[in-house]
Design a protein around this ligand. Structure first.
Ligand code: NAG
Ligand code: NAG
Ligand code: NAG
Ligand code: NAG
Ligand code: NAG
Length: 252
């Protein structure tokens, strides 16, 4: 009899264990610290009525379904993406706070009214996609702004007012396949992007103030990726008129 009881108790505990494991997997409420992190991130934004349902009376995620606006949720209820697009948002993108979202891989704040310098996205070294298109970001981007972002595949900075040279740390990203810089005020020469001609799903630097020869590694791309830069030359655009330089050299 004692024997049977033992087996029963064991089975009972296995059942309890099984059910609680199931709960962990399927009834995935969000990590409470993610709620605080997201609310802190929101506190740096303004004109944010689009985020009115971000409050602590609900979980941000129910498994893969987002409850709070603009979140992309993983099966376990963690946030892997912020898709805060077309929301009229202003204020500060507080990168230090976002480092509290351990599963975060993608940020999109396209089509808002953010201003000022590029947020220090490289503090989030696990990001795969960064979409900042069509805001009012300004100024030069530090040379090292993208250093250490070894997972970054997609970056969209188009439709802002960035100036200065294209940072060399951007050209050095090992996994980059989509780059959109069009419609800014980038100047200087295009750095040497090592990706081969088939390495790009999207590449566009049109409508900037770039000058000089297009690097050979980009010469097989469509010419429309380079239009609107008066100073660019070489394949796929017209040949560089280096001969004029030489004529002037010999004349002087
Ligand atoms: C929380 O959000 C819900 C809508 O999802 C809203 O009805 C409720 O008033 C909000 N609570 C607070 C305290 O803001
Ligand atoms: C939720 O937010 C309200 C208002 O900001 C606050 O008073 C309350 O303590 C919070 N509750 C939790 C569980 O954090
Ligand atoms: C979470 O999703 C499940 C399955 O869709 C649903 O049954 C449950 O009511 C949801 N919970 C909340 C808190 O929304
Ligand atoms: C505030 O957001 C609304 C949309 O929610 C937008 O129409 C409006 O232009 C924004 N205001 C400012 C000052 O950006
Ligand atoms: C690049 O962007 C310009 C608009 O600025 C567009 O006309 C052109 O088709 C684009 N080219 C590629 C290859 O995406």
């Amino acid at each position: 009899m004692a024997h049977i009881n033992k087996a029963y108790v064991l089975n009972h505990w296995l059942l309890v264990l099984f059910l609680s494991a199931q709960q962990c997997i399927f009834v995935s409420s969000s990590d409470p610290s993610e709620i605080q992190t997201l609310l802190k991130f929101k506190s740096f934004l303004s004109n944010d009525t689009a985020l009115d349902n971000w409050n602590n009376s609900t979980n941000p995620c129910n498994s893969t379904t987002n409850i709070w606006a603009g979140l992309l949720c993983e099966k376990n209820g963690n946030v892997y993406g912020l898709r805060l697009q077309n929301m009229g948002l202003l204020g500060i993108i507080d990168i230090d706070t976002l480092s509290g979202l351990s599963a975060l891989r993608m940020i999109s704040i396209m089509n808002n009214n953010f201003e000022g310098p590029l947020p220090s996205v490289n503090k989030l070294g696990a990001l795969i996609g960064v979409y900042l298109s069509n805001n009012q970001f300004t100024g030069e981007i530090p040379e090292i702004a993208f250093e250490g972002m070894n997972q970054l595949k997609k970056i969209y900075l188009d439709g802002n007012e960035f100036s200065g040279e294209i940072p060399s740390s951007l050209a050095a990203l090992p996994k980059l396949t989509e780059l959109d810089l069009q419609g800014n005020q980038f100047g200087g020469e295009i750095p040497n992007f090592p990706q081969g001609p088939n390495g790009w799903k999207y590449f566009n630097v049109s409508n900037n103030q770039l000058v000089g020869p297009i690097p050979a590694s980009l010469s097989n791309l469509d010419a429309s990726a380079f239009v609107g830069n008066k100073g660019l030359c070489g394949k796929p655009l017209a040949p560089c008129k280096s001969s004029i330089k030489w004529i002037n050299f010999f004349r002087s």
